[in-house]
Structures are given as C-alpha cells and as structure tokens.
Design a protein around this ligand. Structure first.
Ligand SMILES: NC(=O)c1ccc[n+]([C@@H]2O[C@H](COP(=O)([O-])OP(=O)(O)OC[C@H]3O[C@@H](n4cnc5c(N)ncnc54)[C@H](O)[C@@H]3O)[C@@H](O)[C@H]2O)c1
Ligand SMILES: [Zn+2]
Length: 376
C-alpha cells in the first residue's frame, strides 16, 4: 500500500527592470522608488557592492552612492561604505563568495535588507549567488554596467560561480528584487566590450524577432559608432525579448533541453576555451552564430541570402565572423560539452529564417565539418 500527496505551489515572480541615466544623481528617484516599492514607509537597510573595474573607471562612484543615501536618508540606510569585488571571471570564485557572505553577515544583512550589485555579468553572478543563498535569499538589486549584462546576463534569474574547473558549476535560480539599467555606465567600456554585448542582441533577433533584426541592420552604423540612443534602444529591445522568453517560454528554470537563447553558443563556449578567453563571450557567440547559420544552409534549412545578411550585419557592427580556432579538432567536443550543459539530450537551435529558431535534435558531424570547411 502506498499513497501520496501531490504538493502544488503556484509561484509568481515579479521584478521591475528599469532604464535610466545617472542613477546616483541626487535627484534621480529611480533607486529610492525601487527600494521602497513594497514598503513605502520604511527606512531600507542596504549595502552596495561594486565591480572593481567599474570602481576604477568611476572613481567618484562610491562617494556618489554615499551622497545619494544621505540625500534620501529617510528611505535608505547604507550599512557600510560601498566595497569592491574583482571584475571579470576573477570574481566568480569560492573565495570571493565566502568573503562576500562574511561581510554581509557581519553587517547583519537579513531577508529584508538589500544588496545592490553594480558591475559586469561576472560580478553580478557572484554577488547574486551570495544574495540568493545568505539566509536563503536576501533582496538583490542588480545594476548591470556592460552592454551584455544590461541586455542579457543581468536581467534574468540565474547567478553562480565557477568551481571544480567548470564554468557556472555552482549557482542557483533566483529572481532579483529589481534590475536597473543605467546607460551612463556604458561610456567607459572598452571598444571590444561595447560591441561584444551586441552579439546577444543579434542572437535574440535571429531566433525571435525579424523586425528587430531589420532595425539592427538599419542602425548598424549608429551602433558601431556607439551612439547612445541607438545603444539604449538595442539594450531595451534585447532585454524585453529576454524577459519575455523567461516569462513565456515555459521553462524559466531551464529544466528542458531546448535553449533557444543559447543559439550559436555550443561552438562559442568551446571557442572561448580554445582561445584561453582571448575571445570575448560575445565575439565567440558571433562566430558560433555564423557557424550554425552555415550549418543550417548546408542542411537545406536556411537560404544563402539570409546567411549573407547575418554575416554582413555582424561584420558591420565590428564583430568577428570567423577564427582560426574553428579548425581545431577539439571544436566538435563542444557538442558533447553542450549536451552536458543542457543536462540531457543534445538539442541545438538552428535558423529556418531570420527571426525563426527551430530545435534540432540530430546534429550531423559531416554537416558541421562542411560548415567549418566553408568558414575556414
Ligand atoms: N547569469 C546569467 O544569466 C548570465 C548570462 C550570460 C552571461 N553571464 C556571465 O556574465 C559574465 C560576462 O559578463 P560581461 O560581459 O558583463 O563581462 P564581465 O563581467 O566579465 O566584465 C568585463 C570587464 O569589464 C569591466 N567593466 C564592467 N563594467 C564596466 C564599465 N562600465 N566600465 C569599465 N569597465 C567595466 C569589468 O571589471 C571586467 O574587467 C560571464 O561570467 C558569464 O558567465 C551570466
Ligand atoms: Zn551568451
């Protein structure tokens, strides 16, 4: 004899993603309104943790944050001066995580207090993991400072660190309390980081939104020149599509095998490794997307004209479309790695048209070889 109770807990996740400039200008209401969103009549305890690369590029930032908190002292109690975590992948270690948790614990950050995380995707990932696990979850406000983090890495529900030799090996799914994209931060990005983040916009346009792809083509000159209104529009549309996918894609915590927003990513992950991260993630994604677009042509799914449009757009934005590492025999291992990353059967997304991604479950090595040979 056995019986069971089927436990069912419907959950709604809700968080605002705000867009602004000059977030810490004394009279910008965005942050204070967001902190007070659920409890308008309280003074909210908060800490601010900053990516060291951002802190270096913005030497007055810590002072501005303290001045902002002082100006809004009726709503914000800053528990300590802002402190930094390393920028880039150096942030995503167990040592940085442990240090963060220790500091948050010492400041008695509890489930009602806020951790405000300011930085690139890597810094946000480790701060987010600390916030998700301390007391099983303290409130996290992400302030992404790269194009990639503002349109992709910083707006979703994932966080994590690298461990045991594997990227993002430890982490959790956890929704932030809020995300605030401040485009002013983008001004200090290096030339390669500016463009690299745009690859994710091309990606989401390719699998989801042909009008957005056409807009990217029309705006390629302004985007390559990093004209702020065009960049802001790119970030916003890309973030919207990303958020719509999380909310409406039926798999917010990635339990299935299909991962349309990982278009071009199986080869990209491998290319990043093969070049010892000399290629930025977005640069590797650009090359991976061209490879998978060529594969789709070889498989008879995609027409040559669409393929040529994809390559031309990436090139006009200033992204690479091929690399010598494509010739490495180890590239194909990327498919096996990707299967493991999905945690099940191999499914990759291919294009049947610009704006239309389709699941592909039988990836053929001979066609991958043909696509590689074409590019090389
Ligand atoms: N959680 C997710 O859903 C998700 C999704 C995609 C990627 N990611 C992660 O994001 C990371 C990549 O993020 P990224 O592309 O934002 O780069 P990054 O975080 O590695 O930052 C790149 C460099 O830019 C510096 N920097 C950041 N903002 C700056 C600014 N405004 N001015 C000057 N320098 C600045 C950083 O200090 C760092 O040195 C990877 O670790 C990746 O795994 C996470
Ligand atoms: Zn990506």
């Amino acid at each position: 004899m056995s019986s069971h109770i089927l436990q069912r807990v419907p959950l709604v996740l809700e968080y605002p993603v705000a867009f602004t400039r000059g977030l810490f200008d004394a009279d910008n209401p965005t942050l204070v309104e967001i902190l007070a969103r659920r409890e308008p009549d309280r003074r909210h305890r908060a800490v601010a943790v900053v990516d060291a690369g951002v802190a270096a590029a913005w030497p007055h930032l810590a002072g501005s944050i303290e001045a902002y908190a002082a100006r809004h002292a009726d709503r914000i109690e800053l528990l300590a001066p802002p402190w930094t975590v390393p920028g880039g992948e150096a942030a995503k270690t167990a040592a940085v995580l442990d240090d963060l948790v220790g500091r948050l614990a010492a400041l008695r950050v509890d489930r009602h207090a806020f951790a405000i995380a300011i930085g690139g995707g890597a810094a946000l990932d480790v701060i987010g993991f600390a916030a998700a696990t301390l007391h099983r979850g303290v409130r996290l406000v992400r302030v992404p400072t790269t194009v990639l983090a503002q349109n992709d890495a910083g707006v979703g529900v994932k966080n994590g660190i690298n461990a045991h030799g594997a990227k993002n090996f430890l982490g959790a799914f956890a929704a932030p309390f809020a995300v605030i994209d401040d485009s002013s931060f983008l001004a200090t990005l290096g030339a390669r980081d500016r463009v690299a983040g745009m690859a994710e916009a091309v990606k989401v346009a390719l699998v989801r939104d042909p009008e957005f792809f056409a807009w990217l083509e029309d705006s390629a000159g302004a985007l390559a020149a990093f004209e702020l209104p065009a960049v802001e529009r790119l970030v916003r549309r890309c973030a919207e599509l990303h958020l719509a996918h999380i909310a409406g894609g039926g798999d917010p915590f990635e339990q299935g095998n299909a991962r349309p927003l990982d278009y071009g990513h199986w080869a990209a992950h491998k290319l990043e490794l093969l070049t010892q991260h000399e290629l930025r993630h977005g640069e590797a994604v650009a090359i991976g997307m061209v490879l998978d677009a060529r594969y789709a042509v070889e498989a008879g799914l995609l027409d040559e004209t669409s393929y040529a449009r994809i390559v031309a757009l990436l090139a006009r934005l200033g992204l690479p479309t091929r690399h010598d590492a494509l010739r490495s025999p180890a590239l194909l291992d990327g498919l096996a790695d990707f299967r493991e990353h999905l945690g099940g059967d191999l499914t990759i997304t291919l294009l049947s048209a610009i704006g239309r991604g389709v699941d592909c479950r039988d990836v053929r090595d001979d066609l991958v070889h043909r696509a590689i040979a074409y590019l090389a």
